[in-house]
Write a protein of this length. Structure first.
Length: 317
């Protein structure tokens, strides 16, 4: 296999991983088990699916190149521009909230995001903070990533167990406490050679066990969380499973040429950003959640393919 072909296979493997993660994020907002089984709904929507966003940060961190002059500033600018653009697109969904609560609520959208759009702000923050520390030693960067991750985890548990009042702080779902540590984990997984050292078989079985462990950690939080457990956002098991998933995506090979020509990476971005609008629209109808899920995924994918045909995808994703 030529170097170019190997690179194509590697990038396509990461694109497939991002598509898988995007489908998990849709599950959070349109859980197909809602109204069918509370146990299955929690295990899927507040268990397995919760690795989606942290793993997205790990993937993004894996591709971080802080040594390239000006690259980080351009990335931050692009993420913030995209956030503003998507806030404008979702204006019909949030304007009433701002109308009722004032510009402070709009400012919160910029800091903590609107629904899934917080990910863009989180990416900009993660890139900026990572650019400040990347020249440190490997040991120092790992220590920073672990310390910040544990701080977010501790905050989440403190709110979940009412040691802090709910509403005292939104949660650990922000660019500092979630985005930054998982982004650093992705970056260090490449820089330290961790991903390269993981054999494909270990990556496959490790990722599988990791996904099960994510569900297990979520179930433990539910069991300890009392009558109203808090849906977890930061999972410690995700910090281990994320790099394993990236290793699996990087090392997977054998994709047919016709498949690699599909714009899977763009489809994953389109599904992530568009599905919420479809879910909001479908909430006006009494549809089974499995149908809402399928329509949201299919509709977002078809809209994305249409945007690709027009070239607008390059401005939106």
């Amino acid at each position: 296999m030529t170097a170019t072909a190997a690179k194509t296979q590697r990038l396509f493997g990461l694109d497939l991983l991002k598509l898988f993660l995007a489908l998990l994020v849709v599950t959070i907002h349109a859980n197909p088990f809602r109204g069918v089984s509370d146990e299955a709904m929690w295990a899927l929507g507040n268990g397995l699916a919760r690795i989606g966003v942290p793993a997205f940060f790990v993937v993004a961190g894996y591709t971080f190149r802080p040594e390239v002059p000006g690259r980080s500033v351009k990335l931050m600018g692009r993420y913030l521009k995209l956030h503003f653009l998507w806030l404008a697109i979702y204006l019909p969904a949030w304007w009433q909230t701002v109308w009722d609560h004032g510009l402070i609520e709009y400012a919160k959208f910029w800091v903590f995001g609107y629904w899934h759009l917080w990910f863009l702000v989180g990416l900009a923050i993660a890139v900026g903070l990572s650019q400040l520390v990347w020249r440190l030693s490997d040991r120092a960067i790992w220590a920073i990533a672990i310390a910040v991750l544990l701080a977010g985890f501790a905050l989440q548990w403190a709110i979940g167990f009412y040691l802090l009042p709910r509403g005292f702080w939104p949660d650990a779902k922000n660019g500092v406490l979630m985005g930054f540590p998982f982004y650093l984990i992705g970056y260090m997984s490449r820089r330290s050679g961790l991903v390269e050292r993981i054999p494909l078989r270990v990556a496959f079985w490790g990722a599988l066990v990791g996904l099960v462990s994510v569900v297990g950690e979520s179930e433990l939080m539910k069991a300890l969380g009392g009558a109203h457990p808090l849906a977890p956002e930061t999972l410690l098991t995700a910090a281990v499973t994320g790099p394993l998933l990236v290793a699996l995506g990087v090392k997977a090979r054998g994709f047919p040429d016709w498949l690699t020509r599909w714009p899977v990476g763009t489809l994953s971005a389109g599904i992530y950003f568009i599905h919420v609008g479809i879910v909001i629209w479908l909430n006006h109808y009494s549809l089974p959640r499995v149908e809402v899920y399928l329509i949201a995924v299919t509709g977002a994918a078809l809209i994305t393919l249409g945007l690709i045909r027009t070239g607008l995808d390059k401005k939106l994703f």
